[in-house]
Design a protein around this ligand. Structure first.
Ligand code: ATP
Length: 330
């Protein structure tokens, strides 16, 4: 149980142990230990490949990042945090079937390599685009998995902060794999908090209000858009927006540019279409609440236990969610 691990150690200790653990897992790993099979996707300073690890005879997703591009974009902190968070979730907290595992990490002179569990069935975003929208059962299936994975992430005292259909990958077995911990917050990490406070004040001085979240306001909670300070509730806002999108095929807050999307988020300007299922509507309305302390999922509102007990999840046996059968969709 993550809370037992955290009773004995701070996150900082865990992260420094994990750094050693990653090196131990695959000592002297290098790029020639892999056969690169195909490109799975591209990020702004990364390419992700499906690659075969010769020693273990297993396939992995290998995220390759150019150090110079990371430096240019000033993203070193995010990249290292992504590695540390994935490593601690995997090694210190035992991993979770709905979250990408970090197998190992290594570097050469110009590049960083993260070897991650592969998600061969793409992104929830693509699946949703392909299917148009999900029926009630499929939306409930994926929403349950997202909430289950989030409860684990939160127990590990991590906030994802950038949950969206592009970051929810679909594994080989058609279960979700939450990825992209580059914006994650380690709760209680004073160094991270100090850095982010300074970054936010610099941005404010330049007349900008947002930091590293450009391009994803559709799922970002109002408190994060405003100040970057976020509690666990920020992730439940995203679940509300994603559930809305799964059932309609479009995000609740839409506009022609980021500025207008942000305004709609801040003013809670969205509408349910006719015939929207009632219990899903009620859950979304309880997640899309401007005041984080009044949002379902916040500690003040009873945390994860209250989310689980919402009528939308009636009939879900939470202890069995990890071992359920997933429908194959393509
Ligand atoms: P940005 O850096 O611009 O925010 P990103 O976070 O999506 O982009 P990456 O995490 O490098 O960048 O991922 C790039 C693409 O590779 C993603 O769009 C995703 O579809 C794919 N991808 C990432 N991780 C995996 C994985 N474990 N298995 C399969 N595909 C993956």
């Amino acid at each position: 149980d993550p809370s037992e691990v955290l009773n004995n150690k701070t996150h900082k200790d865990i992260v420094s142990e994990m750094r050693k653990e990653i090196i131990k897992t695959a000592p002297n790993r290098q790029v020639s230990d892999y056969h690169f099979l195909k490109v799975l996707g591209e990020g702004s300073f990364s390419t992700v490949y499906l690659a075969h690890e010769i020693q273990t005879n297993k396939n992995f997703a290998v995220k390759v990042m150019n150090k110079e591009s990371i430096r240019r974009e000033k993203k070193f902190i995010n990249v290292l945090r992504e590695r540390d968070v994935m490593a601690s979730l995997t090694y210190a907290f035992g991993g979770h079937p709905f979250i990408v595992d970090l197998h190992c990490a290594f570097q050469d002179r110009t590049r960083l390599f993260f070897v991650i569990k592969a998600a061969p069935n793409g992104e929830l975003y693509d699946l949703l685009k392909y299917m148009g929208k999900f029926d009630k059962d499929l939306a409930l299936f994926y929403c349950t998995e997202i909430v289950e994975a989030l409860s684990f992430i939160h127990k590990c005292r991590v906030i994802h902060r950038d949950l969206k259909p592009e970051n929810i990958l679909i594994g080989e077995d058609w279960h979700i794999l939450i990825s992209d911990f580059g914006s994650a917050k380690i709760v209680g990490d004073k160094e991270q908090e100090a850095l982010e406070t300074e970054e936010a004040s610099q941005l404010r001085a330049q007349g900008q209000s947002r930091g590293s979240f450009v391009g994803t306001a559709q799922y970002i909670s109002p408190e994060v858009l405003q100040s970057q300070c976020a509690g666990y509730e920020a992730d439940y806002w995203a679940v509300g927006a994603i559930l809305f999108q799964m059932l309609t095929g479009y995000a609740p807050f839409r506009a022609s540019n980021e500025y207008h999307i942000m305004r709609r988020v801040m003013n809670l300007e969205y509408d349910f279409p006719e015939g929207f299922p009632q219990s899903a509507k009620d859950l979304i309305q309880k997640f899309l609440v401007i005041d984080p302390s009044k949002r379902l999922g916040s500690l003040d509102m009873g945390g994860f236990d209250q989310v689980k007990n919402h009528p939308y999840f009636e009939g879900i046996v939470w202890d069995e969610v990890k071992s359920r059968y997933a429908p194959s969709l393509l």
